[in-house]
Design a protein around this ligand. Structure first.
Ligand SMILES: Nc1ncnc2c1ncn2[C@@H]1O[C@H](COP(=O)(O)OP(=O)(O)OP(=O)(O)O)[C@@H](O)[C@H]1O
Ligand SMILES: O=C(O)C1=C[C@@H](O)[C@@H](O)[C@H](O)C1
Length: 283
């Protein structure tokens, strides 16, 4: 009883830590999960990172087995990721989505479960594992269904979905920032700005929305605004992604190539990609 799936990482338009409402877009970089069912207990591993915390993906397997396992109670999950953990690129949501789908695939039950419900299993597992502040349904839904989603994470409701076709540039500095460690109280102070970003996003003005989000959350979470100021004249939108430390810019491909030359001189890594439209899939 084996199953496998992959789910895209994502970038941020609106961070939900201020108001509980967030927006994210899927990018063409993936976390893959391979699940082998059997035995009495659930275990997990992350390829290339023997010390990684595997509680989130183990909890995803357990939740799927509890709901759809029909007596199967054990298994092993291994993830492999094209994006770094704790980089702000939603690797936890992508890992959860890939694991939920891979477990359903191993049970032959993928068709029994809607994409929305599959994403919500991962959100509940993330809350169980304590790796999220709001549940991050914005990140989970963008990764599960692809495109750009706006959500209310307090109620786990999808408010809007769109399918923008963007070139994307990412800069990931060398440091790491786990979302669960972010200062949510400081984020709550900038709620009026987050409400404005939400209005812009719901009106389809994503570029301006994400740039205002970037300045607001760099202020609240104490990340530098220089990368935003540097990028602004050339791009449609630029923001801190999630709780950092990565920055994401969207816009014209040639302009992003120029910006990459400049972001490349900073410590860390850069890559160019595109928005992803189809979401998570079994493989
Ligand atoms: N590729 C992965 N495989 C397995 N578990 C993962 C993976 N990525 C993240 N996780 C789990 O999620 C936890 C939280 O991860 P993290 O804070 O890095 O989330 P993130 O989604 O990368 O960050 P952000 O929310 O800022 O985008 C990790 O401690 C780990 O338990
Ligand atoms: O843990 C969380 O609740 C979140 C983390 C970040 O990715 C945010 O971008 C997201 O909106 C919510």
């Amino acid at each position: 009883m084996d199953g496998s799936a992959e789910a895209p990482a994502a970038g941020t338009v609106l961070n939900a830590l201020a108001t509980g409402r967030g927006a994210a877009f899927a990018i063409d970089r993936y976390v893959r999960a391979d699940v082998a069912l059997g035995g009495d207990s659930v275990s997990g591993a992350v390829a290339g990172d023997p010390d990684a915390d595997t509680r989130l993906v183990e909890r995803c397997v357990e939740r799927v087995l509890d709901a759809y396992g029909d007596g199967v109670s054990g298994g092993h999950v291994e993830t492999e990721s094209e994006v770094s953990m704790a980089a702000g690129l939603k690797s936890s949501s992508a890992a959860a989505n890939a694991t939920v789908l891979a477990t359903l695939d191993a049970l032959g039950a993928v068709e029994e479960v809607s994409r929305e419900e599959a994403a919500l299993i991962g959100v509940r597992a993330a809350r169980d594992a304590g790796v999220t502040v709001t549940g991050a349904y914005d990140d989970a839904s963008a990764s599960m269904v692809g495109g750009l989603t706006v959500t209310d994470n307090d109620r786990d409701v999808l408010l809007a979905r769109d399918d923008p076709d963007w070139d994307v540039l990412v800069w990931t500095p060398d440091e790491r920032a786990f979302s669960a460690d972010a200062d949510a109280e400081r984020c709550a102070r900038i709620a009026p700005l987050a409400e404005h970003v939400e209005e812009l996003a719901l009106a389809g003005r994503y570029g301006l929305a994400m740039t205002i989000n970037g300045f607001a959350f760099c202020g609240a979470l104490d990340f530098p605004t220089d990368p935003l100021v540097e990028a602004m004249p050339a791009v449609d939108g630029v923001s801190l992604s999630g709780t950092g430390p990565s920055y994401v810019a969207v816009g014209d491909r040639a302009d992003l190539e120029d910006l990459q030359e400049s972001w490349k001189t900073k410590p860390g890594t850069t890559f160019r990609t595109t928005t992803q439209h189809d979401g998570a899939r079994t493989t």
